[in-house]
Each structure stands twice: as C-alpha cells, then as structure tokens.
Design a protein around this ligand. Structure first.
Ligand code: ADP
Length: 603
C-alpha cells in the first residue's frame, strides 16, 4: 500500500483529538525538558570528578583530602537518579493517559460517524464487517501509538540529543562538529535499513496472516479433510507456507544484523574520533583531562535517540499506512445518509414508483423501469425467483438506497423530501433472520420502543404469541435472547414490531429460515401484525402469497405481471409457473392423498 498522507498532514489530522488534552501535553513537555537537562548531569559530574581527582593527585594529595569529592559525586548522581525516576514515571503516566484518552475519542468519533453513513457504504466490497473492523482497530492502534511514541520516545530523546550537542559545541567547536557529522551518516543508514526491511516486513506480516488463516481453515474444514483423507496434502500446504516464512525471516534478520553492525561501527568510530580529538586538545593544554569523559558521555546522549530511530521510523510508517484508511472512513462525508425535512402529520403508506431504475454500487442493474402502486392498508406480495430484486425494492422504500432515476413517493410526497428518521419510525421491517442483540428477551423487545414499560413489553409478546413460552423459561423475560430457537427469535422480532407499532410493515421472507412447525406457529403472529396496516410481503410460502390482496411478480429486476391471485394464475405466465413449482415441491398430490386416506380410514 502506498501512503499518500505525509507526516505533517497526519499531525494536522490528529491535532483536534489531542487538543482537548493540552494540559497533559504541557506537563509532558515540561517533564521532558527537565529530563533532558538531567540526562546531561552524568557527563558534567564525571568531568568534575576526573578533573578534581587529577588535580589532587598532581598536588601530591590522596584520599584524606578527596572525601568531599566522593561525597559530592554520590549526592549529585543519587539526586539525579531520584529525579529521573520521578520524571520518567510522570512522563510515562501522562503519556499513557494521553494515549488512552485519545484512543477512546478516536474510537467514539468513528463509531458515531459511520453510524450515520448510508447502507451502500457498508455493502461496498472493501467495507465488509471484518475488513472494516480491522481497518478501524489498526488505525486507532497505530495512531495512538504514534501519539505515545512522539511524547514518550521521540521528544525526550531528541531534546536530550540537541542539548548534548549544544553542550559539545559550547565546549569546543571541533568536537561538536565531529559529533554532528556522525548524525547524518547514522540517519542515512537507518533510512536504508528501514527501506530494505519495509518490503520484507510486509511480506512477513502477510505470511503470518496466511499461516494463521491456514490453521483456521484446517480447523473449520476438518470433517471434509478427514472424509477425503487429505491430511497429508493439508500438512504439505502448511509446510510450504512455513518454508516461505522461514526464508523471509532469515533474510530480514540478516539485513537487520548487517545494518545494526554497521551502525554500531559508525557510532564507535565517532567515539574514537572524539576521544582522539579531545586527547589532542588535552595534550595541547587547551582542555582538562576530564573533558574526555565529558565528551564521550555527551556523544552517547547524541547517538542514543538515533539508535532507536529505526524502530520509530517503522512505527511512523505503519501509522501512516493504517491511518490513511482510518481517516478515509472518518472523513467519508459523502457517505452520510441524505434526509429530507418533511414530516407529514400522518403516513399511511401509499407508495408510488414511477420509472424507477436502480444500480448497486458495484454496477449491478438490480431494478429496471419499475412502475407500481402499493395500496395503503392492504397486503401486497412480491413474488419472484431469488435474485429478482424483491429485497432491493424494499430497501429503496425504506430509503436504504436511492434510485438513480425515477421517482418514489409516499402519500404523494417524494420520498427524498421526507425526513429519513421520521420515515423509518413509521416502517417496521421483519427480515428472514431477525437480529437478536446480545441481551435479555425484555431488552430485545424493548428495542422497538426504548421507553416501553414491562406491561407494554408483555402485551407485545402476547400479540406475537410468544409470551406463554417466555414465562415458562427459568428466567422468564430476563433470559438471554440468543438462547432462543430461530422461530422464537422471529417472534421476539415481531413483538418488537408490535411495540414499535408502525403503520407500514415490510416482511422479507419472514419464515424462510424456519421449519414447518415454527412456520405454522408464527403464522398467527404474522396475521396479527398485518391487521390494519400497509403490508408488503416477500414470501416463498403459498399460504402467505394467497393471503395477499395484490401481487407483483418480478423477474430479473423487472415487474412482469401483477394482479390478484386468481387473475394472475389464469394468465398462464411467470406467476403460474412459480406457483405450480412451489406446489409441486410441496408434493401436494401425495399430501392430499395422505389426508384423503386418513379420512377414509376413520370413516
Ligand atoms: P431477491 O430479494 O429477489 O432475492 P435481491 O433484491 O436480494 O433479490 O437481489 C437482486 C439482485 O441484486 C441480485 O442479483 C443480487 O445478487 C444483487 N444484489 C443484492 N444486494 C447487492 C449488493 N449489496 N451489491 C450488489 N448487488 C447486490
């Protein structure tokens, strides 16, 4: 993946998330500065120690006069370590606090944002649930890591390096210059190393993902693998993946070690140069001997941050790659659902579609020149083979998608002008598999009306013919709803609809995933909810189709026939074919014969 954001843009994007925590940043910066100054104390102390001891010795004096030196050094070094411990503690604490707060804000803002996006955003190929989640997780992870790296690692190290370099220049221009010259060489090496390793790191990551996917797929298909006796083949597949991975790991390590060696070499050359240069000045009488110590330790402070540069570089790179897709999600303002402003006093649900054309985001032409009228307070059935476009039609009526051309109106008002939330408040959607949330039965029913009382919930459950079963459960309405059977869950969803009590109901194959008994049991709840509402039902169940007042037959995105059941059946067209096929698949002849024989037997 090529990163198109640069570091500066990235910082600009993160800034609003860090801004509320200015005080944390401020404290961290102050601590950083104190820490950077304290880091130079060792060098100063050692220089002082060497020079003072050297002077004592040259004056022919010994330990009895040197105690005060030892005591001073001990006090300074000990004091500095105590200070340092406190500073590091504070820095880590505040840095971590900043990271946690920023990551929470990032997570919350992206959730709030994408909840407002239109459905098309979620059905795009690269936004499937798993991928979206990975992108968000990685984005947040690496962005907050970046904030943390900046405040806990880069800033303290580099402040200390700059101060040390300044002190070296202050002590002697030439020594400072030598130290400064080593830095760009080091930078260059780090950069080359990161570049070289970048590709391999990516390969390594891919390889690891492939391998763990491979293991997962073995576990998932273990029955098939065993029934075909393919254990050996699967093992070999894993072996070849492992071999690639090993190859890659070896190469990565080799390059890493090579560059690490080179960097240490350059650093040591720097140390040697500084020792020789300082020794020269000492011998020339321009410096005290303690300066050798002083310079070597300062140089150590200069090279310390550059040593970890490689790791920091990698993390920044990762952050830029992952944050790109993160911000793409966060900033997809064109994906925000459109809404009108009209809220008619009363929505009855007379839908009119005129010349409606609809293409899915992937280009699929799902609805072609649709013209239809849905009569209010009637049951309209949509019939057609799977893939004909029935669900798509319902999605358009719920404003999940917008037609590319043509007009959809409700009670004479263009759907685009209607407030989307208001429209959805008036529509109930019952799907093939209804979503049951993690939580109790009561909570799941209450989703239909968040302020519903327990009495209302029970009433709704009674209307959906599920109350009697719920009270038989050990925990009644407090039972985990995910434990219920498919048929029971479907009735929970219908109870939710009773509570919401919308004037318009869309039923999209409400019994398709249920067995015969459950379908029979649910029929009553469905008949109940259809009463006095505008209903559109998609179904493959003969009984539900026959019950409809009016039927539209769809094929390949078009409406090919429409009318009432008997009229349609007599047209000898698509409807009759589908209807006959359904009846045949039920084996109605034999079923009828069974019932006849049973009756004969009894009579
Ligand atoms: P039905 O409900 O009649 O079975 P759908 O309305 O679900 O049919 O689908 C109609 C056509 O649109 C099918 O060919 C289906 O593959 C396609 N389709 C459905 N959803 C999407 C989508 N999100 N993106 C692209 N094509 C889709």
């Amino acid at each position: 993946m090529k990163n198109t954001v640069n570091l500066w843009q990235l910082f600009k994007k993160i800034r609003p998330f860090v801004a509320p925590y200015r005080w944390l940043v401020f404290i961290t910066l102050i601590l950083t500065l104190i820490g950077a100054l304290a880091a130079q104390v060792n060098a100063l102390t050692l220089q002082y120690a060497v020079d003072s001891i050297n002077q004592l010795l040259s004056e022919g004096q010994g330990l009895q006069h040197g105690w005060h030196i030892l005591i001073t050094i001990t006090a300074i070094l000990l004091g500095k370590e105590i200070l340092n411990t406190l500073i590091q503690f504070g820095q880590k604490l505040f840095g971590e606090k900043l990271r946690i707060l920023v990551s929470q804000d990032l997570a919350q803002s992206i959730i709030e944002k994408f909840l407002t996006y239109r459905l098309a955003f979620f059905t795009q190929d690269d936004n499937q649930a798993g991928k979206l989640q990975t992108r968000i997780d990685r984005g947040i992870g690496s962005l907050t890591r970046l904030v943390q790296i900046f405040f806990i690692e880069i800033l303290p190290l580099f402040t200390s390096a700059i101060i040390a370099l300044g002190l070296m220049f202050y002590a002697n221009f030439w020594v400072g210059l030598v130290a400064l010259c080593i830095v760009p060489i080091y930078f260059l090496l780090t950069f080359r190393q990161a570049q070289k390793l970048g590709n391999w790191r990516r390969n390594l990551r891919d390889g690891r993902e492939k391998k763990s996917q491979g293991i997962l797929s073995i576990i998932n298909s273990i029955t098939v693998i065993k029934s075909f006796n393919r254990e050996k083949i699967e093992a070999d597949k894993q072996l070849s993946l492992q071999r690639d991975l090993i190859q890659n790991q070896m190469q990565t390590r080799q390059v890493s070690f090579l560059f690490d060696g080179l960097k240490t070499f350059i650093e040591q050359i720097g140390v040697v140069l500084i020792i020789i240069l300082t020794a020269y000045f000492v011998l020339a009488g321009q410096m005290s001997i303690g300066m050798i110590m002083y310079h070597v330790l300062l140089f150590n402070n200069v090279s310390a941050p550059i040593r970890s540069l490689h790791r920091i570089y990698d993390e920044i790179n990762d952050a830029m790659i992952y944050s790109e897709s993160f911000f793409k999600i966060l900033e997809a303002d064109d994906e925000i659902e459109s809404t009108g402003s009209l809220k008619p006093a009363h929505l009855q649900g007379e839908f009119q579609l005129k010349n409606v054309e609809f293409f899915y985001p992937n280009g699929h032409h799902a609805l072609k020149n649709i013209n239809m009228t849905i009569h209010p307070n009637k049951i309209t059935a949509l019939v057609g083979l799977s893939g004909a476009g029935k669900s798509t039609l319902i999605s358009l009526l719920d404003k999940f998608y917008q037609p590319q051309s043509g007009v959809i109106s409700i009670d004479g008002v263009d759907l685009q002008d209607i407030d989307t939330a208001y429209l959805r408040d008036h529509i109930g959607l019952v799907l093939q598999k209804n979503h049951i949330f993690q939580g109790t039965i009561a909570e799941n029913i209450r989703y239909g009306k968040t302020d519903a009382s327990m009495d209302e919930i029970i009433q709704a459950a009674q209307k959906a013919s599920i109350h009697d079963q719920i009270i038989k459960l050990a925990h009644g309405y407090e039972t985990n709803a995910l434990m219920l059977s498919g048929g029971q869950q479907q009735r929970i969803a219908i109870a939710r609809m009773f509570l919401k009590n919308p004037p318009i109901i869309f039923l999209d194959e409400p019994t398709a995933s249920l067995d015969a008994i459950a379908t029979e049991q649910i029929k009553h709840s469905l008949d109940e909810i259809k009463q006095g509402r505008t209903v559109i039902i998609i179904s493959h169940s003969l009984s539900q189709i026959i019950d409809a007042d009016y039927t539209y037959v769809m094929q390949d995105g078009e409406i090919v026939e429409h009318g009432e059941h008997y009229t349609l059946y007599q047209q000898q067209g698509v409807y009759k074919n589908i209807f006959d096929a359904m009846a045949k698949s039920l084996n109605i002849d034999k079923i009828a014969k069974t019932f006849e024989e049973e009756e004969l037997h009894h009579s």
